[in-house]
Design a protein. Structure first.
Lengths: 107, 869
């Protein structure tokens, strides 16, 4: 099983949540909505490249748009491996947090 | 809606494209473009461009990180291959790396030496504002340049010039017998100094209060080692040293030992107020004066005011000063920056023999040259091996390596070699350091130089050399054409040969140049040692602290004269190579002349075996000799006296007039750097303030040890608790040329190294080139050529290049040595012998190398070389 960095994990989750609408800007906004973190482009695109390298996600191109200077919009979706990874993560999370003494901050 | 769509600047887009991972660059760039347009609409063009630049800036960290990651995997392969190559061609790699290591070791050592020389005296506070003020002038035909200046100078400078913040007078070095309780030693580094000494020179007082030292007469400060010598661990403050059994000096302070890299070293400093000084005497120059200029003051402006200063104080003392100047004479003061004294100062009455900035230049240049030679070697050897690597390069290209990758690979190799060479050079330096220290008269420790900064600089240096030497081989090797290589052809381009040969020529010319210089320096040294000095320096022993004898001097000297092995004994104030007093005199026709005065006894002429040209020397038979003076030939020439006997010379300073009784042949009482100045001798009995300090003894027996033993015993019988200190005049004189001697040694080493490196290069080259012609020679042999013909054929090419190297080196060597020799007032002529010998040696050595290979090839069985055709 590949260990993912937190960054990659968050992006992976966001892509899954966004389903068909997962492109660069949308991913960024989604993450900001959920976690409140304003990520700059580098911290989105670098993990995206690594995820592509690991073949956890794949990309496909949409219609060309004038706003992008004639380029096509690039969408991302999870591959089977990616889905498996997310499941693994969830499993580990639950396993880790089972039977944990409750966290209370002393006053 | 704006019709004009301004895309982001194409340059920036391209940069960003390179920086972002190719997998997402399409997407990212599109994204950025979209955002760019919205920002232009919102905030304008400039903000948008600034934003785009920020994108670039933030993309950098990931790019740098990733490129390291990417290349590190290739690097592993490169290193593996590099090591394999080294193992496969052990001899070659060894030659390569060692010649580089030797070159580096040389370079680093030279660098250390040069840096040390350039940093003398820089440890003082405000060292950039401290100057020594010296005097120079033209008196008749004599040019005088000396450190000595008059007594009133410092005080007057301070009062007349607001730019002069502080000033101090120092006396010249003196020796005293110094005693505390039972400890008696002869101290040679004693000076008198004004109370401003510690204001000008920031030595820290370990003990004592700085306001109070060197004020009162009869007080002084000493260095740590002196304190330990006399007082052990006890506190020396308040205690007194007794000098020459008469002078009580109370110790008011202790300072650290003076650092090695300073132009003076004193052990005991006594307050100037202890002496009676004629503080209005502008005519005698007996003090060495240093001053500190105010911050921001201009040295040039200050120096410009000095000529008027001279007229005001010095000129005013002579009635006919202006006419004297008009006749072409001159007298002026000039400044020397403290930190430059060690390098450039070569005046009369220096404290210690100084270095010479010429040597700094020479050695910097030769260090760089040797480094270049080593690098050239490396280039040569690496390209020569191309045939072996051709197949590997070919394979790599076929499999898909780009030229850039190949270049990086080969550069990696040379940097690797360079790093190994640097480590090797450190080992070399460590083992050679004691010898180097010995020759250069310094005390370097490799440990002193190990600090983080130097290690970093050293690594950068290694990388730089690796890149420099590897640049050409990498370009050359990566440009080989794979198809041709695999087919078995390696092209032999004419250009390649020219470069290679010119490198060999260059290496050998440098070696020949250094060889010639070594011979010529050796010649000059021999000449100086053996030149007729006007006196006989052999078989003369100087007793250094005769003042300890006091009243018993005469009796002591008589005792010595009784001994059969001793032929003459004379007391004297000055010895050749030592200090002579510079005084102003006037002849009877009122010509002023500055004479260097020595004080001696009538026996001096026999001890030194001087030659009299006219008249006679002092003699005990004549009581009037107390008013007599013996002048040297130079003085007579300058005063235009053909018959000086009976003429008079007066010193206004002492209010005395002397009659000339004899003219002696010029004697070189200083080093042969200087022409002989006008000089005269007076009787030491005059007691003018320069008492007898030395006894010179001439012995004429083979039993030197016995004679010394006799003298020592006699000494002990007179003053048993005073140390007996003596030296041989020859050795004292020899010491004057310390600088030249070690330069000579350094040149010997440099030339040997240069030759060694050149030889290594030649060996590598010949083995390759001749090896390539194996097949050709095999065929020639089969066709009937004789061994000797083959040998000549192979060797002739190389001999041509060696000859060319000589032709280049000879004029350069001639020019260089001529200019060096001109530093000496007395020098040898540049002879043809060194040139021939060096030329012959270079050809001889080259022949040995070449023949080794040629003979092997010539004698080889053609069957072996042609077997695979």
């Amino acid at each position: 099983m590949k260990i993912l960095s937190r960054q990659e994990e968050i992006i992976l989750t966001a892509i899954w949540k966004l389903q068909d609408n997962a492109y660069g800007m949308a991913i960024r906004e989604e993450i900001e909505k959920i976690t409140g973190l304003k990520m700059h482009f580098g911290s989105i695109y670098t993990p995206l490249a690594r995820l592509l390298e690991k073949e956890l996600i794949s990309s496909y191109e949409g219609d060309p748009s004038p706003e992008r200077g004639g380029r096509r919009k690039v969408f991302y979706n999870l591959s089977n491996e990616g889905k498996k990874a997310l499941i693994e993560i969830h499993k580990i999370e639950t396993a880790l947090r089972a039977n944990m003494p409750s966290l209370e901050i002393e006053k | 809606m704006k019709d004009k769509v301004r895309k982001p600047p194409a340059v920036l887009v391209r940069i960003l494209n390179r920086l972002i991972d190719y997998r997402v660059s399409y997407d990212a760039l599109g994204e950025f473009e979209e955002r760019y347009y919205s920002i232009i609409n919102r905030s304008g063009y400039l903000i948008a461009v600034a934003w785009y630049l920020c994108r670039i800036f933030f993309a950098l960290p990931d790019y740098i990180f990733n490129s390291f990651y990417r290349s590190s995997s290739m690097l592993q392969n490169y290193f593996k291959i590099a090591f394999r190559n080294i193992k496969r061609h052990k001899v070659f790699s060894l030659i390569n790396i060692s010649s580089l290591a030797i070159g580096m070791a040389c370079f680093i050592l030279m660098l250390i030496w040069v840096t040390d020389e350039l940093n003398y005296d820089s440890f003082f506070d405000n060292s950039d504002r401290i100057y020594r003020i010296c005097s120079r002038g033209k008196v008749g035909d004599t040019v005088i340049r000396q450190t000595l200046t008059p007594a009133p100078l410092p005080a007057t400078l301070i009062s007349d010039f607001p730019d002069v913040e502080k000033a101090v007078r120092l006396s010249y070095k003196m020796s005293f017998d110094s005693k505390f309780e039972e400890n008696v030693f002869n101290e040679k580094n004693v000076i008198f100094a004004d109370s401003s000494f510690l204001d000008v020179f920031s030595f820290k007082l370990i003990d004592g209060k700085s306001e109070r030292v060197l004020n009162e007469p009869g007080t002084g400060i000493i260095t740590e080692s002196v304190a330990r010598k006399y007082f052990g661990d006890e506190n020396p403050l308040g205690k007194s040293l007794i000098l020459n059994d008469g002078l009580n000096i109370r110790i008011d302070g202790v300072i650290n030992d003076m650092p090695r890299n300073s132009h003076f070293h004193f052990d005991i400093i006594i307050s100037m107020s202890t002496n009676n000084i004629r503080n209005n005497d502008w005519r005698s120059n007996n003090f060495i004066t240093y001053l500190v200029l105010r911050e921001g003051a201009s040295r040039e402006q200050f120096e410009a005011k000095l000529p008027d200063f001279v007229i005001k104080y010095i000129g005013s003392g002579y009635a006919d000063w202006m006419q004297w100047i008009e006749k072409g004479n001159s007298w002026e003061y000039f400044l020397q920056p403290l930190t430059r004294i060690h390098l450039i100062s070569d005046l009369w009455a220096e404290y210690e023999p100084n270095g010479n900035i010429a040597y700094v230049y020479i050695f910097s240049v030769s260090a760089v040259l040797i480094m270049l030679v080593a690098c050239f070697n490396f280039v040569n050897l690496s390209t020569a091996r191309s045939a072996c690597r051709a197949r590997e390069i070919g394979m790599r290209k076929v499999v898909g390596s780009t030229r850039r990758q190949l270049i990086i690979q080969i550069l990696n190799e040379s940097v690797l070699y360079s790093m190994i060479a640097v480590i090797l050079s450190l080992i070399i330096i460590y083992s050679v350091m004691p010898v180097f220290n010995n020759m250069a008269n310094k005390q370097f420790e490799l440990g002193d130089f190990i600090n983080l900064q130097n290690v970093l600089i050293l690594s950068l240096f290694a990388i730089f050399i690796g890149l420099l030497s590897g640049s050409y081989p990498s370009l050359y090797l990566s440009g080989l054409r794979p198809v041709a290589i695999i087919k078995g052809k390696v092209e032999d381009v004419k250009n390649k040969n020219i470069l290679r040969n010119s490198l060999i020529i260059f290496q050998f010319s440098i070696s020949v140049l250094l060889l010639i210089c070594t011979f010529i320096i050796g010649n000059q040294l021999d000449y100086m040692q053996n030149k007729n000095l006007g006196f006989n320096k052999e078989q003369v022993l100087t007793i250094r602290n005769s003042r300890s004898l006091k009243q018993q001097k005469t009796v002591f000297k008589d005792e010595l004269k009784q001994y059969s092995g001793i032929s003459a004994v004379s007391g004297t104030y000055s010895i050749p190579g030592g200090h002579f007093v510079s005084q102003g005199f006037r002849s009877e026709n009122s010509d002023p002349i500055v004479l260097n005065i020595g004080f001696c006894e009538p026996e001096y002429i026999d001890v030194m075996q001087l030659t009299m040209l006219q008249g006679r020397f002092f003699s005990r038979d004549f009581e009037t000799d107390l008013n007599s003076i013996v002048i040297n030939r130079r003085t007579a020439d300058l005063l235009n006296w053909d018959n000086p006997i009976g003429k008079e010379i007066a010193s206004r300073e002492f209010n005395l007039t002397f009659t000339v009784i004899g003219v002696m042949e010029d004697m070189h009482y200083a080093s042969l750097h200087h022409i002989v100045q006008p000089m005269a001798l007076l009787l030491v009995d005059l007691q003018l303030g320069w008492p007898e300090s030395y006894i010179s003894v001439r012995f004429d027996t083979e039993n030197v040890m016995e004679t010394i033993a006799y003298i020592e015993d006699t000494w002990k019988s007179f003053v048993p608790d005073m140390p007996f200190e003596y030296s041989f005049l020859e050795n004292d004189y020899y010491d004057l040329y310390k600088n030249e001697r070690y330069t000579g040694k350094l040149f010997v080493i440099s030339s040997m190294l240069a030759i060694f490196i050149a030889v290594l290069g030649l060996y590598g080259l010949t083995s390759f080139v001749i090896g390539k012609r194996e097949k050709e020679m095999g065929i020639r042999k089969v066709l009937g050529a004789r061994n000797s013909k083959i040998f000549i054929l192979l060797s002739l090419d190389f001999i041509k290049w060696i000859a060319l190297a000589n032709i280049i080196a000879w004029p350069a060597a001639y020019f260089a040595t001529e200019s060096w020799l001109n530093n000496f007032a007395f020098r040898t002529a540049v002879d043809w012998k060194p040139f021939l010998i060096s030329g012959f040696l270079s050809v001889f050595i080259a022949l040995i190398i070449i023949s080794g290979q040629s003979i092997k090839t010539a004698m080889a069985n053609p069957v072996d070389s042609l077997r695979y055709e």
